[in-house]
Design a protein around this ligand. Structure first.
Ligand SMILES: C[S@@+](CC[C@H](N)C(=O)[O-])C[C@H]1O[C@@H](n2cnc3c(N)ncnc32)[C@H](O)[C@@H]1O
Length: 201
């Protein structure tokens, strides 16, 4: 669903880089975070797509973050970093306010059993943290092969007054990930959505 007058993805306001990110990346370029970066396939593809963006992949599983670290090290780019941590905790407690240009949340574990649903990463608490840390006009990109979960995540994001849905365009990276490639090879349809952070609220 779009909102009249919404800017398209990629049209964030010019916000000075936060010193926290300048210190980490060594430049004042825009910063994008991937939540659950898996084996780093998206980080690599995104860095090749846009050489000016700074990317941080946060992943909490050791074998996957090792693989991502190997990929990133092989690229030799100071603009791509990985962190082994709980992404929700990092975004809630460490990421500075209004400092991130985009969040990429691709194929988060759907945890289909009711008793496991509390393990899902997209929660109202995460969405509040995304709203706090995104620059005005920043974006949240979502992808999943589990369409019911896609609609649930969409509802969770749109329940926050800071977000509106905008059209999916080619700035969406949800088809560039390891899981996207695997599922698309099997002919699975992928649910994609993009949300824009409004200027105020
Ligand atoms: C299904 S995989 C998708 C990986 C990658 N996004 C892709 O599309 O190829 C979900 C990933 O999210 C990670 N993950 C789950 N909860 C997380 C959390 N709270 N913080 C960081 N990573 C998390 C899992 O370890 C797993 O690697």
């Amino acid at each position: 669903m779009t909102h009249p007058g919404d800017a398209l993805p990629g049209a964030e306001a010019a916000v000075p880089a936060h010193p926290f990110w300048v210190e980490l990346f060594g430049n004042d370029g825009p910063v994008e975070l991937e939540v659950g970066s898996g084996d780093g396939t998206f980080l690599r593809a995104a860095a090749m797509r846009d050489a000016e963006v700074n990317l941080l992949g946060i992943e909490n599983a050791y074998p996957r973050i090792r693989r991502a670290e190997e990929r990133v090290a092989a690229m030799g780019s100071p603009r791509v970093r990985t962190l082994m941590a709980d992404a929700t905790c990092v975004i809630r407690t460490i990421v500075p306010a209004a400092s991130v240009h985009a969040y990429h949340i691709y194929f988060p574990d759907p945890w289909p059993k009711h008793r496991h649903a509390k393990r899902r990463v997209v929660t109202p608490a995460l969405v509040r943290a995304l709203a706090r840390t995104l620059v005005p006009g920043g974006h949240v990109f979502l992808a999943t092969d589990v369409h019911g979960y896609g609609w649930l995540m969409r509802g969770c994001v749109l329940a926050h007054p800071a977000f509106v849905e905008v059209p999916v365009d080619d700035t969406h990276g949800g088809l560039l990930t390891g899981f996207a490639r695997k599922y698309r090879a099997r002919g699975r349809q992928v649910f994609l959505a993009t949300f824009r952070r409004l200027d105020a609220s």
